[in-house]
Design a protein around this ligand. Structure first.
Ligand code: BG6
Length: 482
């Protein structure tokens, strides 16, 4: 059952890269699902675009195939799919040349929201933005949507931002970090700022440290070419983990409005201390019979990390003395994404000899099994005197809120926010640049010192150096798949 659907106003959404992988796997099925639940209807249109000369009819039938293949086990009827594909049109354009743009312009209506989703290689971002503006296709109320990577470093990110701002104002630019569209990531804000329990304790007086983990079980097969030029630092830490860090560490914004929230996130990034190499562990997975990272990357001499762990200090009044340990990697034992907040031990143990008294741990699980767990210490039930044991207060959202319907894909929420004109869950240009300004020196240092990642076995918990990184502070990682 899905309730509380608020319809959006009519729109024309132009999807560049409409025949590409992201469009087929994520964007078109996401749009279909929102159509299916009635968030938009037949006064909306989706115009696919790419270099290929396709008829609208072919695009419709390819989209129907994509929905059937990648529709995330959501039941749909042939009637629903054909009602959705009836909203589709297609216009071939040459992103770098002039062909096709006049035809695209003629397809657009004047009195509806215009959104342009660039699901294309980043090297085409600027050309498409320029064409949209020079042809008059983009108006002052149009929105442009882009997905990472936003540059490869600070210099290229600045160049990209400057090029976009020649044609669009910041209020029109929607930079997607799909982690911000995940239900639990938004729940982090609700947990912190819609409850009075946690916020008074949310500081270094009460929190010993925070662990942010995004572990993946898949490798880089099929994406090796891109990934080998990026590595885990650029692919995951500079964006997704940074966003999780920001939402965990930021001050309460005055309002839940795009700029209030994003102002607070930027302040966190700007408060990050430079990370010395001694606080970093890099790894690369190895596998048997041509199935290791270097094989997948097609680069036998690759020094790119498929795993990274960092100890990060947020140098401000709230967090001084509370490290944030971040880790992410490919081909690990299990797929787990979570934020674990370790509270300090109680100041005095009155239960000497009855068992350990540990600080509470609040675990916010992003995937799988979205939910929140609070590790507590209780009396072991039954006879035997005062014996203490650990117990979890566990809230798995799917169990607690069974009527909330199927899990929503992050793209569904984000695309609808574009149409609604709500930028809260999108990255602002200065945020992206601040994140690169922090990440760049770390990455260039590896090149300067010729750093080589430590090998780890596929299906393990990562390289040994990562364990040392936290053990030497007298702390332990939460288990991955333990
Ligand atoms: C992408 C990265 O941004 O996020 C991928 O480029 C990664 O390497 C993916 O696999 C992880 O996203 P999710 O939603 O599966 O955790």
């Amino acid at each position: 059952m899905v309730s509380r659907v608020i319809p959006v106003e009519p729109f024309d959404l132009v999807l560049f890269g409409a025949t590409g992988d992201l469009a087929r796997r994520k964007i078109l099925p996401a749009l279909f699902h929102r159509f299916q639940i009635g968030q938009f209807n037949t006064d909306c249109r989706i115009i696919g675009s790419s270099r290929s000369e396709l008829t609208a009819e072919t695009f419709r039938s390819q989209t129907a195939d994509a929905i059937r293949e990648f529709g995330q086990n959501v039941e749909s009827t042939p009637e629903e799919i054909s009602a959705f594909t009836a909203l589709l049109d297609y216009a071939a354009v040459d992103a770098r040349g002039d062909a096709g743009w006049d035809n695209l312009r003629e397809k657009l209506r004047d009195d509806v929201v215009r959104a342009f989703y660039l699901s294309v290689a980043p090297s085409l971002f600027t050309d498409i933005a320029r064409h949209l503006s020079e042809t008059g296709i983009a108006t002052s109320t149009s929105r442009i949507v882009l997905e990472k990577p936003f540059g490869h470093d600070l210099t290229t990110a600045r160049t990209l931002n400057a090029a976009l701002r020649e044609h669009f104002e910041e209020r029109q630019i929607y930079r997607i970090d799909h982690y911000l569209g995940k239900e639990t990531v938004q729940n982090l804000m609700a947990l912190r700022f819609a409850n009075s329990l946690f916020e008074p304790l949310w500081n270094s007086s009460h929190i010993d440290h925070v662990q942010i983990t995004v572990a993946e079980s898949i490798g880089v097969e099929g994406r090796g070419d891109y990934y080998d030029k990026s590595g885990a630092m650029r692919d995951m830490v500079q964006n997704h983990l940074m966003q999780l860090l920001c939402l965990t560490a930021m001050e309460p914004p005055a309002q839940f409005t795009p700029n209030s929230v994003r102002d607070e996130k930027v302040k966190v990034i700007e408060a990050l201390r430079p990370v010395p190499q001694s606080c970093i562990a890099r790894g690369q997975y190895r596998g048997k019979d041509g199935d290791g990272y270097r094989d997948h990357a097609g680069n036998p001499a690759s020094r790119t990390e498929s795993y990274i762990a960092l100890k990060v200090d947020v140098a401000n009044w709230r967090w001084a003395g509370t490290p944030f340990y971040l880790r992410t990697g490919k081909c690990l034992r299990e797929r787990v994404s979570e934020i674990a907040v370790y509270f300090r031990d109680p100041p005095h143990n009155i239960f000497e000899g009855s068992g350990p008294v540990h600080g509470n741990v609040l675990v916010i699980r992003l995937q799988p099994d979205e939910g929140i767990t609070l590790k507590t210490t209780i009396k072991d039930p039954g006879p035997g005197g005062m014996r203490l044991t650990g117990a979890n207060l566990d809230m798995t959202f799917a169990e607690e809120l069974p009527d909330s319907g199927r899990p929503q894909d992050a793209y569904e929420r984000l695309i609808m926010d574009v149409i609604r004109g709500n930028q809260t869950l999108f990255m602002r240009g200065d945020e992206v640049e601040a994140a690169w300004a922090w990440a760049d020196p770390i990455i260039t240092n590896w090149q300067d010192i010729g750093d080589t990642p430590q090998l780890y076995d596929k299906g393990s918990a990562g390289p040994d150096d990562s364990l040392l990184l936290i053990h030497r502070d007298g702390r332990r990682w939460r288990g991955i798949g333990a």
